[in-house]
Write a protein that binds this ligand. Sequence first.
Ligand code: ADP
Ligand code: MG
Length: 247
Amino acid sequence: MAFIEIEDLRKSYNQFEVLKGINLNIEKHQVVTLIGASGSGKSTLLRCLNALEPISSGKVKIEGDVVSGPGVDLNKLRRKVGMVFQSYNLFPNLTVEENIAVGPIKLLGEKKADSIARARQLLERVNLGHRASYYPDQLSGGQQQRVAIVRAIAMRPKALLLDEITSALDPELVAEVLNIVRELAHDGMTMILTTHEMQFAKEVSNLVVFLEQGKILEAGPPSQIFENPQQERTREFLKPIIEAGRL
Ligand code: ADP
Ligand code: MG
């Protein structure tokens, strides 16, 4: 039994089928990167995995438990699976440490003092200890995104979904966010991510999944997908990226 099992997952918006039968198994501690053209369904797939979108048919299982379809315990699911988005979505009226502590206090029933103490520890780990009592708008985009990642981690998730988390950042701020993802990977966090940073994807992923119009066209280790793709369409997708020197 894989840690996350996706079985014939389909998702339609009205008549339009966006995900057309996705089958994918993800093992614990794996880092899986979804690549594919804009509109291929990467974000929709991530959103279906933590039930931000109801799926149309198929199944998602985590540790053998079905976590899709009616009757899912959303709170339980989202404690297991955290998500970070392109826009950081921090609470503007809470300090950095409060942003991080509020989930564990409200959803995990942690004591406020414990939760704040842990928030500070986690902030130290991403070199933001000195910003604990700042408000989000007093931080750079890269710093806010690091806080958003820490906020997800504070919930002690078993897996993290990261949807283009560096896409809104100025180029000089991308590295500081990717470094955290690298460290999480090193610590064994199971992650499913989408990114335009192909070089990073190549370095950090165990499995790369190429989506094309809502289907998995090709999946394999980064060495296969990036250096020896089996499908013509994968080669076509990667060609301009390679030519631009981004791989
Ligand atoms: P990607 O993240 O790969 O760019 P998305 O998952 O965002 O792709 O989108 C896949 C397709 O689903 C696109 O054609 C998009 O227009 C459509 N789509 C996404 N969200 C919605 C929605 N809420 N309502 C209708 N169509 C949507
Ligand atoms: Mg997207």
